[in-house]
Ligand binder design. Structure first.
Ligand SMILES: CC(C)(COP(=O)(O)OP(=O)(O)OC[C@H]1O[C@@H](n2cnc3c(N)ncnc32)[C@H](O)[C@@H]1OP(=O)(O)O)[C@@H](O)C(=O)NCCC(=O)NCCS
Length: 184
């Protein structure tokens, strides 16, 4: 999947090396918005750091192990959605995402997650997809809840932030559940 048209000028496109500056500027502008939930934010200090992230995603894509997509409104990068390491033995993967603070509240990320789930279940034939979220991250939790994921439990102190450990709520959806939801 190199590009996915979400309609109304919104696109998902594979992040490529020449997007590094756009990605850095977007990250830099959203530090305060992202910091409570994404532990890597303050490690991104330069365009080179964003480039490293993109290259790691491209390698994952080339190996069939996942990908990082930019969320674009026309030519403007407004967010990122990624598929972390696909576990081939278990046909499973997890999704992560973030959006420019200015574009929250419009359903954009829900639409992006739907497109990625379609890709993972219909094209890549995965069996299970997870989303892991901090318990207090209500905006993010609303996405899997809206899309029919089941809450399976809480991983205690599973994510290290600078000065604290964060619990993660595990949401998951199975292929048959997603297909029933898309084609009832
Ligand atoms: C998590 C995050 C991507 C959620 O963004 P979001 O804009 O709330 O999510 P969506 O794009 O799905 O939009 C949902 C909102 O749009 C509204 N909406 C409008 N049209 C909609 C539609 N067609 N479908 C769904 N929701 C729609 C919903 O009512 C909801 O609004 P509300 O928050 O006022 O109830 C964003 O808050 C973010 O980037 N947070 C920081 C990083 C982060 O936490 N990442 C996740 C780590 S697990």
């Amino acid at each position: 999947m190199l590009g996915y048209n979400l309609g109304e000028g919104l696109w998902l496109r594979l992040l490529e090396r020449h997007h590094a500056e756009f990605l850095f500027v977007l990250t830099d502008r959203n530090r305060d918005h992202l910091r409570p939930w994404l532990p890597w934010v303050d490690e991104v200090r330069s365009i080179a750091d964003s480039l490293n992230f993109i290259e790691e995603g491209l390698l994952r894509f080339a190996q069939g192990n996942g990908y990082e997509l930019g969320i674009w409104l026309e030519e403007k990068l407004i967010g990122v959605i990624g598929v972390h390491e696909i576990n081939r033995a278990n046909s499973s993967a997890s999704i992560g995402y973030w959006l420019d603070v200015e574009y929250q509240g419009r359903g954009i990320m829900t639409r992006a997650v739907i497109a990625v789930l379609d890709d993972l279940f219909f094209n890549r034939k995965l069996h299970r997809v997870e989303i892991r979220v901090a318990p207090e991250n209500h905006r993010s939790r609303a996405i899997p809840e809206r899309l029919g994921f089941r809450m399976e439990g809480i991983l205690r102190e599973a994510e290290r932030h600078k000065d604290r450990w964060v619990d993660l709520v595990v949401y998951a959806i199975l292929d048959r559940e997603w297909k029933a939801c898309r084609h009832p």
